[in-house]
Design a protein around this ligand. Sequence first.
Ligand code: ADP
Length: 264
Amino acid sequence: EKLRKGRSVLERRVAERTQELRQLNEELQRLDNARREFFADISHELRTPITVIRGEAEVTLRGRERDPEEYQDALHRIVELSEQLGKYVNDLLFMARAETTMMQFEWDGLDFAELIGGAIEDFKVMAEENALSVSLRLPDHPVWVRGDKQRLRQVLFILGDNACRYSNPDGHIAAALVVENGEAVFSLSDQGIGIPAGDLERIFDRHFRSENALHSRDDGTGLGLPMAKSILKAHGGRISVSSTESAGSTFTIALPLSKQSPTG
Ligand code: ADP
């Protein structure tokens, strides 16, 4: 009875996280579409005034003598178009800024081992549903890092979710945290479909999905790993992958250790 209750609590938590992640993905996709449309529009809007400004100036310089009024008209148009250009450049800068501040972080000292321990408990429920076994190796001491708990949990969720989605039934998933060269290094290995060698470099690009992934799962967006990568970058960390097609993948993340305890 107690086990059953525990399990249903976990299942609810996983369902909540899944829902959160789905909403985040949708939001990201909306932003991404808006961004793409914006850039398609703006590249046209930038090119037109530049071409006209240059044309006006060239004609004014090289052309036949014109009366002062004609010169004035040409200069007015140049000023007008320059103003328009300035506005577009401002918009572009605003977009670029919005992109980097889009993600809000709350920084805390935290024990990465504890965070992983909790995340893996949630993850086990998800794995069980796919008949996957999970093992976890943690150091027997706290591993202090500085970071945003929610965001780091999100990274673990993305990796765990992928390991499940791209695994074959009855596979095994091995998670481990070690401390190496002043870094907390977490790795997650699956025995799933793997990633073709030629695609390894591209899987952190927005919207990129491998051919084999497209065949095995149609529920991907190609936004999880880019998200994980930018979260880790904001933490001064990194993410890497090694994989063999049809054999499995290992994703590794590294975070700088912090000397601070949670209260420090
Ligand atoms: P999604 O899984 O929604 O497609 P991600 O950004 O999380 O988006 O992953 C991008 C791509 O990287 C996937 O489509 C897949 O090709 C590949 N990939 C990620 N994780 C794994 C994994 N554990 N095993 C095999 N391929 C993976």
